[in-house]
Write a protein that binds this ligand. Structure first.
Ligand SMILES: [Zn+2]
Length: 746
């Protein structure tokens, strides 16, 4: 289907798809923690392909269609370059697509109509692809697929997988026909005389029962560890694996192979890579040799003389699927004759001679009754379709996620539409088709993405992002407890005795409507004391640690306590604790070093949002501050609810309602506290090094010259900045002059 959208829309969507798919690739492959189901992922890839076909000139350099899997760079394991690339497979989703593939194969080989083509077929296991390199029958290296060209070295890890022999077996190999035996790979002396080099390729996987047992064990271990440390056990925090595939990947890709040793991994072979010699003329023959060497292959592997028989085998496997001890997601077909495979070769990242026939998800038709918006814990607005209840694969479905605005537009859905719903495995059902999109129908009420339905705050999307978020983080009921927890967390206010459980409990009691309420808890001393598990001492400790923070934030020592800038919780952590998007602790500190006063940060952010370019420039000239920070601050203070929370906090925490100046230790040097700008070419050091020197000396390195600049360090080729500095009468030195300042400061 050619998408009915403009070129600009397509370009935009392709950009987002590239980002999204890259993100999901990373989650799936590098972190073993997918957020979406495989069918959802496939839908993204297909949409990308559809748009690229319709707008071939818009194919991006970073298009997902140009990549295979993830890159191995983020891994702690060492890298291995595959001698023969590990390919991925093209997918088919129905019999028609399989028949088209068979026809393409026949056309490519120019076969006469009556000339037979045989295929192999085997179940496609959901595991982690692995290449095992045997030299003279001895395992010398095992590597994951990685991006297809470079994988990760998992040799020590596979040593613990019983299905992967360290030495290939000396017994007789079986041929594809069980009645006929072929010669062994050992000569008369019992020496290996199979191929010198042979890379066996297959999947490392985890059986369903082992997966469930592993997750149960992870839970038990976490509980035992918590008990030992005397901590409260929170099952929600135990990291379990989402599915057997991720369990297998997470277990194999361990820096510490002894962890792998405790995981029940299995392996089977389905092909080969580099080989000094291939023992056979067909796929089936070689696979039987591999089996004869002692490496398991799928028990459902078989060879067929026609495409019709292959499709019949698919149905047989599909019928057994639920009862198999492992998870599969389709059937893989390969052209049997190796000379045909050779001729067919590859397109892009997949061989022409192989195809993965995926199992369909279960589907049903129903009516979309309304579209609501749900707000997640991070403030993300997600549209949810409410359905007339319908049975899909034996389960009644009443809700589907619609992901975001783009998805609604893509499907063209409105309340009242007839839609197709799909369910695959245990994942949230998907809305995959709109049957009434081209019919005239009355206007319907569409969801409003401009406001949060929970709290009424403005909702905004960041540039280039499709997700819309509520900006009322501090008052939004959907986000409130999360924000409170962040506010008192270790990196922010770090309030002793105010853990997550306590926040939840106090919140449920209505004692923590907003962050300022934390500082009003002293009025509830008796109420807290009346709760289970609280004693005089623990309540007083809690209230004391809250008061301590109040004093520190106000920059006011208590009694004889010497004020310690390093140890105290200061307004940088207060700013960080507000949970404004993109304001991490480092950014908060950078902002305060520049502005000194919290109110100035707010004031300039509001001005920047209102279109004051000078205010915006003031932010952007700070090293490490980008447009996302400015926008995010502006959005935060533009939201009336946040301003209320801010004012309430300021009045409750700070002495006269005014946060104090941010003080930080600066080194005593001729340039401490000054603003330095570097321009032109530096000969003895990089620009980054020069900036770091300046910061070490207590100076602030800025990117642009203004009236606030104290010193310009100008190398050869300095242009407009030098001119401006001279106009403003700012002190200018060359690189040697700067070196002298640095030397004097010691
Ligand atoms: Zn909200």
């Amino acid at each position: 289907m050619v998408p009915n959208i403009t070129e600009a829309e397509a370009a935009n969507e392709l950009m987002r798809l590239a980002k999204q798919i890259a993100k999901h690739d990373r989650l799936y492959h590098a972190e073993d923690a997918p957020e979406i189901s495989d069918p959802e992922y496939d839908a993204l890839v297909r949409r990308n392909a559809e748009l690229e076909t319709a707008f071939p000139h818009l194919v991006r350099d970073d298009s997902p269609s140009r990549k295979v899997g993830h890159t191995a760079s983020a891994s702690p394991l060492s890298k291995v370059r595959h001698e023969v690339r590990m390919m991925s497979l093209d997918n088919a989703f129905d019999a028609e697509e399989v028949e088209e593939w068979v026809a393409r194969v026949r056309r490519f080989l120019s076969l006469a109509e009556d000339e037979p083509v045989a295929f192999t077929a085997e179940d496609k296991i959901d595991g982690l692809s692995c290449s095992l390199r045997y030299e003279k029958g001895v395992l010398v290296r095992a590597a994951t697929r990685g991006d297809g060209q470079v994988g990760e070295d998992v040799t020590p890890n596979v040593a613990h997988i019983a299905d992967i022999p360290q030495t290939l077996r000396s017994s007789q190999a079986k041929s594809s026909d069980a009645s006929e035996s072929v010669s062994t790979s050992l000569d008369a002396n019992g020496e290996w005389d199979g191929p010198e080099v042979f890379e066996i390729r297959g999947e490392v996987y985890m059986a369903r029962a082992d997966f469930e047992a592993l997750n149960a064990r992870l839970m038990d271990d976490a509980r035992a560890a918590a008990e030992e440390k005397g901590e409260e056990f929170d099952p929600a925090k135990v990291r379990q694996f989402a599915n057997p595939r991720n369990a297998a990947a997470g277990s194999l890709r361990q820096k510490d192979a002894s962890v792998t040793a405790q995981r029940p991994l299995k392996f089977w072979a389905h092909g080969w890579g580099a080989a000094s010699d291939v023992p056979g003329a067909t796929q089936a023959e070689v696979v039987r040799w591999i089996e004869g060497w002692g490496v398991p292959v799928s028990p459902l592997f078989a060879r067929f003389d026609s495409a019709g028989d292959v499709l019949a085998h698919y149905e047989t496997i599909a019928a057994q699927r639920a009862d198999l001890p492992y998870e599969i997601d389709g059937v893989v077909y390969k052209v049997d004759r190796l000379d045909y495979q050779q001729r067919l070769g590859f397109v892009a990242k997949a061989p022409r001679w192989a195809l993965a026939h995926k199992f369909p998800a279960e589907r049903a038709e129903t009516t979309l009754e309304s579209i609501d918006i749900q707000v997640g814990r991070t403030g993300k607005l997600t549209p949810v379709g409410r359905l007339a209840p319908v049975l899909v694969g034996g389960v009644t479905v009443t809700n589907v996620t619609l992901h975001n605005r783009d998805e609604i537009a893509r499907l063209g859905v409105r309340p009242g539409d007839r839609v197709v719903v799909q369910r695959a495995g245990d994942v949230i059902p998907q809305l995959v088709d709109n049957l009434t999109r081209d019919e005239p129908r009355p206007e319907a009420k569409m969801p409003d993405f401009s406001r949060c339905p929970e709290c009424g705050s403005e909702a905004v999307a960041e540039e280039g992002e499709v997700d819309v978020r509520c900006t009322g983080g501090l008052i939004c009921p959907a986000q409130r407890t999360e924000r409170l927890k962040h506010f008192v967390s270790r990196g922010a206010l770090d309030i002793d005795g105010l853990g997550e459980k306590t926040i939840d409990q106090f919140f449920a009691l209505g004692w923590l409507e907003s962050p300022a309420d934390i500082f009003r808890l002293k009025q509830r001393r008796e109420d807290i004391l009346a709760l289970d598990g609280w004693q005089e001492r623990s309540v007083d400790n809690l209230l004391a640690s809250i008061e301590l923070r109040r004093h520190q934030l106000s920059d006011r020592p208590r009694g004889d306590e010497a004020f310690d800038i390093e140890g105290a919780v200061r307004i940088d952590r207060f700013l960080f604790g507000l949970g404004i998007r993109h304001i991490g602790i480092v950014t908060a500190r950078t902002l305060l070093k520049e502005f000194r006063f919290l109110y100035d940060v707010r004031d300039f952010a509001e001005r920047a949002r209102a279109g004051d370019d000078e205010a915006r420039e003031r932010f952007l000239s700070i090293d490490g501050i980008g447009p996302a920070v400015v926008d995010s601050l502006g959005d935060f203070f533009h939201e009336e609810h946040n301003v209320q929370v801010w004012n309430d906090l300021a009045e409750t925490v700070f002495d006269d309602g005014q946060p104090p100046e941010y003080k930080f230790k600066i080194q005593d040097s001729p340039v401490s506290g000054k603003t330095v700008v570097f321009t032109g070419k530096l000969e003895t050091m990089s620009r980054d090094e020069a900036k770091a020197q300046a910061e070490r000396l207590g100076a602030k390195a800025s990117g642009s010259v203004s009236a606030k600049t104290d010193l310009l360090v100008a190398g050869p080729g300095a242009g407009s900045k030098l001119k401006k500095a001279e106009e403003l009468g700012i002190e200018v030195v060359d690189e040697a002059g700067w070196a002298k300042i640095v030397a004097e400061a010691g």
